[in-house]
Write a protein that binds this ligand. Structure first.
Ligand SMILES: NC(=O)c1ccc[n+]([C@@H]2O[C@H](COP(=O)([O-])OP(=O)(O)OC[C@H]3O[C@@H](n4cnc5c(N)ncnc54)[C@H](OP(=O)(O)O)[C@@H]3O)[C@@H](O)[C@H]2O)c1
Length: 293
């Protein structure tokens, strides 16, 4: 491997990007990181990363640019702008691992094509803790000829990589999976709320489903947060709302109506308007909980 093939430029060191960066460093890769608020990237210096002033500086001569940013609009700026990563990435591969939906993917793939950059659409399943422990599931899609090159990067951040076909297949499966998560969260919030409103201890509900076919570990984890009304952020509610919107957009483009997703998106909006957007997505409970008095 040449030096550049082991250099990864991670753009966006939020909850997911910072954790992924640490695992890339632990796997022996050279790491450059860029983050809009530089101070959030600085702690990675202790782990061996170099913090850069611009996305372009991070990407220069790198083997990979890895984007882990909120949405396609932000990524277009960070990758495609004047000081953007694609202005200096030459011969490297762009690993787009944020959740951007189907239309967002198409815009980013078109940008990569315009600049002659190899583009891999590779969103991930898993939240803060799996990201920290390198246990993400990578939903990878992109050109055959770069797949082998990408493996060491994906192996460092995830426990499993699924190659799904041409770029875009990863984002489509990610949306399907997110619809499942969004629906679960909505019905879980209302179930905890119903228990409380009808004088059933909601902990009893979690107990009764635990360990059986109905008892998802996810429900235990998020249900506990709802019962405690304590929402330390693994996945911010405002990003979950963005994902619900991406699901609805993808469905609408196929003339499909998803009424459950619509209802949960409305609940997300209520909780965000009440000031819970930066808390964990489990804070959707705040919009569903019983109103006393
Ligand atoms: N958290 C999860 O469980 C999870 C799981 C799977 C996929 N994802 C997806 O992964 C992506 C990142 O999620 P995350 O949870 O890591 O988010 P996060 O913790 O909120 O981090 C967001 C990152 O984006 C940067 N950013 C926000 N707005 C920006 C702008 N206008 N220009 C430049 N940078 C900007 C932030 O920079 P600052 O530090 O300056 O704010 C930060 O580095 C999202 O697409 C999300 O849907 C998240």
């Amino acid at each position: 491997m040449t030096e550049s093939s082991t250099t990864v430029a991670v753009l966006g060191t939020g909850i997911m990007g910072a954790a992924m960066a640490r695992n890339l460093l632990a796997a022996g890769m050279q790491l450059r990181v860029w983050n809009r608020s530089r101070e959030k990237a600085e702690p990675l210096v202790e782990d061996g990363a170099t913090v850069t002033e611009s996305p372009a500086e991070a990407a220069e001569g790198a083997g990979f640019v890895l984007t882990m940013l909120p949405d396609a609009g932000v990524i277009e700026e960070v990758a495609g702008g004047e000081e953007g990563a694609l202005s200096t990435l030459s011969g490297g591969v762009w690993l787009q691992m944020s959740t951007v939906g189907t239309e967002g993917h198409e815009r980013l793939a078109a940008l990569a094509q315009e600049r002659g950059i190899s583009y891999v659409d590779a969103p991930v399943l898993g939240t803060k803790e799996p990201a920290e422990s390198g246990q993400l599931i990578v939903l990878a899609s992109g050109p055959e000829e770069v797949r082998e090159r990408c493996e060491p990067v994906f192996d460092a951040v995830g426990s499993k990589t699924l190659w799904l076909g041409e770029a875009g297949a990863g984002s489509r499966l990610k949306l399907v999976t997110n619809n499942w998560i969004v629906g679960l969260l909505g019905v879980l919030a209302e179930t905890i709320s119903l228990a409380e409103a009808t004088s059933v201890d909601p902990a009893r509900f979690l107990e009764v489903i635990e360990g059986g076919p109905l008892g998802l570990p996810y429900a235990q984890m998020k249900g506990e947060m709802m019962i405690q009304e304590d929402f330390p952020t693994s996945f911010a509610l405002e990003l979950a709302r963005k994902d619900a919107g991406l699901v609805l957009d993808a469905a609408e483009a196929q003339n499909l109506r998803l009424t459950v997703a619509e209802a949960v998106a409305a609940r997300f909006d209520e909780a965000i308007n009440a000031g819970h957007g930066e808390e964990d997505m489990a804070a959707v409970y705040e919009a569903a909980k019983p109103r006393h008095g």
